[in-house]
Design a protein around this ligand. Structure first.
Ligand code: ARG
Length: 465
């Protein structure tokens, strides 16, 4: 590609070591698309004749077809990178006209373009996968009906909530991720083609035409920035770390809930393993690996920051090192999402056990204090008095609602018979009657709203396509 000014051949070990084809072959379809857009611009600029353009387009098509038909086509012992590979194959298919394709362009703008296309395609797929993952949560929230469970703070039982309310917490978490992906897509959707090596191409190529051809919104504004910018890679890898982190938190909670100590969920056998030693064991391998994989994805975000932090403008070969963390993070999360989705579809909730747990352990104590507040007692005093009632119940080995009225009235004469009705599960759930709270009517609306927002993710992807 560049041997003219050299008197010595490259050291062969160095030559092999500096290649990127082993991993950048993933960019082949994007490289072909970008090369097609460049070829059309060359034709419009009068560099290629119509028949040369046709020949190049056919050659590019043939490369794509061969790559799809047989993986061996990509086994190339000489290709330095995906750009070199395409040029070599093109020349082997159509002869020397193939060399004309590289007129007025640089690999620096090509890799910047291919990576944008790769990130954009990954975002679209991630959005669709997230939509499917979230649809399961919404469906399961609908199925959970009026079932309740404990909500925890500090991993101690805190207050009862609807199971559906708990499920919707995950919906919010991942909806934010879908939104972040959308942001990242907006910012990256600019076309670097025509930026050349660093200063802009030397031919009068129609940059807007190339951008349009590739589905970009606009062209990048500065050639120095365009050939050295990898912010979009960093942004995606950071969003991927958040998704992986969220999946990891989910997995951790599912692991806890599947223990005999909690007994809230029944592990799906198809996604669990046994022990080679202990015949009774069923282990949550899918969940544990989900938690484990998050570490790589988070590590890749750090690796990228470090790779970029010392680079002067513009292109430096270090930029080649940004590819593998990107590919690994994207592929890790893209492999995970369909699996966790299947897991979530097949897990069984032990509703009875959850409901039982929701009614013990004084989780109605805040509701009890609120009862006093409604009777004009200052909250601090009400808190103190209910605290004392809890102590009393602990001594007796019962719940608040089992304490006799006389005992309660010793703490505060404001207690009356109506107190007991405030303590049952339905009443406790119902008083959390604010938007975003767990009162059943609020959760019903929240489910409908979540459904719409999840559907909008899909609609957006299709609108962008
Ligand atoms: N494989 C290279 C990369 O990924 C392509 C760009 C090479 N550019 C250069 N000036 N050597 O970064």
């Amino acid at each position: 590609m560049w041997s003219g000014r050299f008197r010595q051949p490259l050291d062969s070990a160095f030559e092999r070591w500096q290649r990127s084809f082993e991993f950048d072959r993933r960019l082949l379809s994007h490289e072909l698309a970008a090369s097609g857009a460049h070829a059309r611009a060359l034709k419009d600029a009068g560099i290629l004749s119509s028949s040369e353009l046709i020949s190049i387009m056919q050659g590019l098509q043939k490369i794509g077809d061969h790559a799809l038909a047989s993986p061996e086509f990509l086994e190339d012992d000489d290709a330095e990178d995906v750009h070199h590979f395409v040029e070599k194959k093109l020349v082997s298919f159509i002869g020397d006209t193939g060399y004309k394709l590289h007129s007025g362009r640089s690999r620096n703008e090509q890799i910047a373009t291919d990576l944008r296309l790769y990130v954009r395609a990954s975002i679209d797929q991630l959005q669709l996968d997230l939509a499917e993952w979230l649809e399961v949560f919404v469906t399961r929230a609908e199925q959970a009906g009026s079932s309740a469970m404990p909500a925890y703070t500090h991993l101690q039982r805190a207050e009862p909530v609807l199971v559906s309310h708990w499920l919707l917490a995950y919906v919010e978490m991942f909806l934010r991720d879908a939104d972040r992906l959308g942001d990242c897509r907006k910012r990256l959707n600019l076309c670097p083609l025509g930026s050349g090596a660093v200063a802009g191409t030397t031919l009068s190529l129609d940059r807007r035409g190339m951008a349009k051809d590739l589905g970009f919104d606009r062209t990048t504004a500065n050639s120095i920035d365009a050939t050295s910018d990898r912010d979009f890679v960093l942004e995606l890898v950071n969003v991927l770390s958040l998704i992986a982190l969220h999946l990891s938190r989910w997995a951790e909670e599912m692991i806890l809930f599947s223990t005999q100590e909690y007994g809230f969920v029944q592990l799906p056998e198809a996604f669990s393993t046994g022990s080679s030693a202990m015949p009774q064991k069923m282990n949550a391998d899918l969940l544990e690996l989900t938690r484990g994989k998050a570490s790589r994805v988070i590590g890749n975000a750090t690796a990228l920051l470090v790779a970029l932090k010392g680079l002067p403008l513009a292109y430096n070969k270090d930029l080649q090192e940004t590819q593998e963390p990107l590919f690994q993070s994207a592929e890790t999360v893209l492999a995970l999402l369909p699996l966790v989705t299947k897991w979530m579809r097949s897990v069984e909730f032990n509703y009875e056990h959850m409901q039982e747990a929701a009614q013990t352990g004084f989780m109605n104590a805040w509701a009890a204090a609120t009862y006093l507040v409604q009777r004009g007692v200052p909250f601090r005093q009400g808190h103190e008095q209910i605290g004392k009632a809890v102590r009393l119940a602990l001594e007796k080995g019962c719940e608040l609602q089992d304490l006799p009225l006389e005992e309660l009235q010793k703490l505060n004469p404001a207690f009356d018979q109506a107190f007991y009705a405030c303590l049952n599960l339905q009443s406790v759930l119902a008083i959390h009657d604010v938007p975003g709270g767990t009162a059943p009517s609020r959760v019903k609306h929240a489910i409908a709203d979540a459904k719409k927002r999840v559907a909008a993710i899909r609609e957006n992807v299709h609108a962008n396509a």
